[in-house]
Design a protein. Structure first.
Length: 224
């Protein structure tokens, strides 16, 4: 019952055009309209809160409030399933090699001028960085930007690819060095040139190189 209610609430949120920060109806009213108990409704809301779709505020002006859903929320839940299946970090990187060159092709064809500016800014800041944590952070955000570009065409692929990088955050410093990440910044610069030129083939080739290089820098059998 709770899972079904959660799906119904999500469908209503999607069709209503509600945005992050908007408040849902009071629990009493929501339960009455659906003909369910408040206990079942609260369980459904709790499911949505765990998945990062909303937060339940307490107090006189409390209640369920929509949050901004990100790929990291999806990644957090996916990690649990990967753990249960015994997936290794290397296997996740293998999946990335398959997905991201295709995403690069889509990004080259479908990006907007605003997205290109964001990508150029990321590469510029990446090249200026000297701290390892900053270098890795810019590199990860770069891939999120590419996924966002490609998501103009396919939001499912965008979400899955960006979520993989959300999982990478756990491994920020494993197998990485300042020299390696500075080299990555230069390749990212070449990639942004290909994106600006809308050269899908070149963008895919560069992304394939980026992903395969990550394989050589990563431990073989780390469990997620």
């Amino acid at each position: 019952m709770a899972e079904q209610l959660a799906q119904e609430i999500v469908a209503e949120i999607s069709s209503s055009g509600m945005k992050p920060g908007d408040r849902l109806q009071p629990e009493v009213l929501m339960a009455e309209q659906r003909g369910v108990s408040r206990a079942s409704l609260r369980e459904a809301l709790r499911i949505l809160e765990i998945h990062g779709l909303l937060t339940i505020r307490t107090g006189p002006n409390g209640g369920p409030v929509l949050t901004e859903l990100t790929a990291r929320d999806f990644a957090r839940m996916a990690t649990l399933h990967f753990n249960a299946a015994g997936v290794t970090f290397r296997e996740l990187l293998d999946a990335r090699v398959v997905l991201e060159p295709r995403m690069a092709e889509l990004a080259a064809v479908k990006h907007t001028s605003e997205q290109l500016l964001a990508l150029r800014s990321n590469v510029r800041e990446h090249r200026r960085a000297t701290d390892l944590e900053d270098l890795v952070r810019y590199a990860h955000y770069f891939h999120e930007l590419v996924a966002d570009m490609a998501g103009t065409n396919n939001r499912a692929l965008s979400l899955m690819t960006a979520s993989i990088h959300g999982i990478f955050d756990v491994y920020l410093h494993r197998g990485r060095s300042v020299e390696a990440m500075l080299h990555t910044a230069e390749v990212h610069g070449e990639f942004s040139d290909a994106i600006e030129e809308r050269n899908a083939k070149r963008a895919a080739e560069l992304m394939d190189t980026i992903c395969k290089r990550a394989l050589t820098l990563s431990p073989e059998r780390i469990r997620l």
